[in-house]
Design a protein around this ligand. Sequence first.
Ligand code: SF4
Length: 378
Amino acid sequence: MSFNIRSNILSSSLEYYLTHYYEALTELQQLSNPMVGYFTNKIPVELLDAMKLHPVRIFAFKHPQAQQGAYERYIQTFACSWLRGILDNGLVNGYKDLEGIIFSTGTCDSLQNVSDVWQKVFAAQLTYNLTFPIKSNKAAGTYLENEFKQIVSFAQKHLKGSSDFKLTESIRKYNLKRKILQKVANLVSKGQLLYVTFAQLLYFSDLLPVDKFTQIFKDFPPTNNDDSISVTNQDEIPRLLVSGGMWDNWELFDIPEWNGLVADDLSFGHRNFNYTLAETDSMKSYVESQLKRTSEPTAYDEKNQRLESLGEQIKEHDVNGVVLLTMKFCDPDAFELVPIRKYLESHDISYLNLETSPDISNVGQLRTRLAAFSELLL
Ligand code: SF4
């Protein structure tokens, strides 16, 4: 495979890179700066880029040689389905192409346990535990600033991070990446692009070095290539929004029952590009901007940001129904269902709860339930 991709990249090419994710990692390891893996969306990717490191998101994409259930040696069978998949895949080659891994502790019990397991199982790989505060007050700001400074010194000392630290430049690049994704999200909302293609682009954007992504996609979608966009006629289908946590399998959306999907409220979807950070070299200002981001299911939503943001999205995209997507055995997803359901009911918004795992083994059932939900909304 080769990353000499063109600006008129087609959906089939995005699919190709994602289905060859592990090969892509190996190739990127030769081409890019040292790679640092991460799992959750509250990771200071700009800080890593500023040290000439390449932050790469770790997906639960099935490794061709993964042995299902290999994880059982290390974590409980009731750990979330997503982390089980991550361990099954990692046990094939130990994520050998990554220089190190950043865990976000203080998120959920499963991730916290795996952080300890990881250090034992993949002992050659350096790990760092970053704790992103649950609140966003002044004390949280001071705490996070200290955490960020420590991650910088750890990366410079152990992960080949450069001491030539250019934060403003990195923030600018990531702001541009988020702007591009917002532009593409608007096409989905207008029914000019299928959500599945957008999901592929989103995931691809967390794999490629940010400079490369912005360089290739700054003019996306190209105007001179008709088959680069999948257009759907959405006049007669209800407009759906999908809400949830760390979902990362684009294949879930590759079924016609999602053709009315016009927006998402997922960790690695809207919540990963719905913000612009202050372009600054000051760590304090960077921290302040980071703390303003919408909260995650794993955090305490002290200011009801999460519900407000969902409500704004529903209005903005003129949504008819919301699909609440939960990952099997994910406690944070299950906990937040309660306030979200209450919110939707109090606003008279129809919803459907779908539970699945990264391997979407119950796809037949999901299709039937989605089709029935859409019929009800018509
Ligand atoms: S938030 Fe849920 S899906 Fe993510 S690691 Fe924790 S339990 Fe698993």
